[in-house]
Ligand binder design. Structure first.
Ligand SMILES: [Zn+2]
Ligand SMILES: [Zn+2]
Length: 339
């Protein structure tokens, strides 16, 4: 399946809808050649006991079958025709694609590999045959989203929430609302989630980004504060701090800009955006040593930062003379001074 198709093959899985079936398609991102198509029926709704795990159709007793000449009552899907037994067999076979042979582990592995439809199918099987498990629920919701069925994903996430899902699901709902472009719904879901789980720093970080987008500056800075100590969220929170600080800076409100960047505390030194802004604020306040120090931090984080390098070259002689004055780089354009 990895035969070469072009000079620079980049094979990756993507999911596609093919009429009423869904497929994991292995295609080359470079030349667009399709290498493999695995298409499946899937159960879009969570299958209820009398519904087909394979396709979501209704299970009916099929009286036309016989075994050893005797009529046999077999429950079969009115839609795909598979019996309950055949459906179970099919899914067991799919689970065995993973060394563990377990539905959920196989589903996780399929999802990690980009085989969204297979992951969806296996997660559904886990829910139907084994147990209600949050990871399986999330894989289904993520799968629906990846298949472009955002409304279906939202409906399933809300249904789960109503059944008593962990509050994290509100973060997922917020993301789905955002994907639909429903900002109000996003905010509402996050606020509800944070009410239930005020320590959820993932949700605080999502909330901070939305508040920044809505220009709720104080709210954004407060919300961003929660994730600053978390290695996975820190950079996103620092970006929020920098965004708000830049707005104050652009309005010449240097005190407010400085206060904003100082909210980042020690983490200031870990963000190019924040350190570069801090350097410019210090220069505007004629604190040359401070500015130089932050330019050096910026360059340490990003040695390719042309504006910071140019600024440092100009500030050094200036600093030694303790002079003041206006530099063009303060506006962040990197051009020479205009006044
Ligand atoms: Zn190719
Ligand atoms: Zn079926």
């Amino acid at each position: 399946m990895s035969e070469s198709c072009c000079e620079n093959p980049q094979l990756q899985w993507e999911s596609r809808r093919i009429v009423d079936r869904f497929a994991d398609v292995l295609a080359c991102a470079n030349c667009r050649r399709t290498h493999k198509v695995e298409d499946w029926a899937i159960s879009l709704p969570l299958p209820m006991p009398e519904q087909c795990v394979n396709c979501g159709g209704d299970m009916r007793v099929d009286t036309s079958r016989s075994r050893h000449g005797l009529p046999e009552r077999v429950s079969a899907c009115a839609s795909c025709g598979l019996s309950g037994k055949a459906t179970r067999k099919l899914h067991r076979k799919l689970a065995r694609l993973h060394p563990s042979g377990e539905y959920l582990q196989a589903a996780e592995a399929a999802s990690d590999g980009g085989r969204t439809v297979l992951a969806f199918k296996l997660a559904t099987a886990h829910l139907a045959y084994v147990e209600d498990h949050p990871r399986a629920r999330i894989l289904r919701i993520r799968g629906l989203e990846a298949l472009g069925l955002v409304d279906g994903a939202l409906a399933e996430a809300w249904q789960w929430f109503d059944e008593g899902a962990p509050s994290d699901v509100l973060g997922i709902i917020a993301g789905l609302e955002a994907a639909r472009g429903n900002l109000e719904g996003t905010v509402e879901a996050l606020e509800r989630g944070l009410q239930i789980d005020p320590q959820n720093i993932d949700m605080w970080t999502d909330y901070a980004e939305i508040q920044a987008h809505l220009d709720d500056r104080e709210g954004a800075l407060v919300s961003a504060g929660y994730g600053l100590g978390d290695p996975d969220l820190k950079q996103r929170c620092l970006e929020v701090v920098a965004t708000i600080g830049e707005r104050f800076y652009a309005e010449d409100r240097l005190e407010a800009a400085l206060e904003a960047v100082n909210r980042a505390g020690k983490a200031k030194q870990e963000s190019v955006s924040v350190s570069w802004l801090t350097a410019r604020i210090a220069a505007r306040l004629k604190q040359w040593e401070e500015s130089q120090a932050w330019l050096e931090v910026t360059l340490k984080l990003d040695p390719q930062h042309v504006y910071a390098r140019q600024a440092l070259e100009r500030i050094k002689p200036r600093e030694s003379k303790r002079g003041g004055g206006w530099f063009g780089w303060l506006g962040g354009t990197g051009r020479d001074g205009e006044d």
